[in-house]
Design a protein around this ligand. Sequence first.
Ligand code: OOG
Ligand code: MG
Length: 268
Amino acid sequence: MNPDLISLLAARLDDAARLREPIAQLSGDTPLTLDDAYHVQSESIALRHDRGERPVGIKLGFTSRAKMIQMGVDSLIWGCLTDAMLCEEGGVLDLSAYIHPRVEPEVCYLTSRDISRPLTLAEAGSYLEAVAPAMEIIDSRYRDFRFTLADVVADNCSSAGLVVGPWSRPGDALDNRGVAMEFDGRAVQLGSTAAILGNPLRALVQASQLLAPAGMVLPAGSLVMAGAATAAEALRPGCHVRTRIGGLGQVEFLTAGPRQADYCGGAA
Ligand code: OOG
Ligand code: MG
């Protein structure tokens, strides 16, 4: 795909995010390969960096069957996180900053060493500084939150925000810990960390395998969001959102903002 077209598509997505105006899927009028889509993603991240946002790590998407089924796609993808996406744990999230935000329970890793080659599961643990319960705020820039795999990759995998709970030293395996996400104390999603590739640490392995062939290095001190353990829930204003993960503790925030017609999630 020619560089001008990549820049044009990246600007279209960047504008949609900044103006909170959803757009039609890019693939609707432009044939888009997965490779093109990662180029568009990288151009759109460059626009954020030009505005002063700093990279803080990466996120994986579609590491659980629950998410693949919810969104109708079947491959693991990755996107970039910047400091502007960090939301205060225990704070108030203003939903007017988004188009149609959803929240999903995740595990977040903090890396201790540069990752520049594919890792095995056995060695991945030694690349960890800490681990935390987390939630990701996703907000597709596409109308109706619908997309093809290439469209969502171009849209930086719907990344919009992340809320990270208390860090612990990486200890026992996290391969089957209960995950409960609540809206105002009522369970909206229940699951297990096992839903994330059988063991969320595999997300780090996958990240190393995806980045290394592209010649990319994930620097020590990066965040890695392992992907949601359950389906995502639409956010609504005036809600206390909390996720508890066995052995890791809890992470929470409140929502504020205008009531919009397409906020339909959670208990009424
Ligand atoms: C794409 C992002 C997927 C996850 O954790 O699986 C993702 C989306 O669902 O809009 O973040
Ligand atoms: Mg996610």
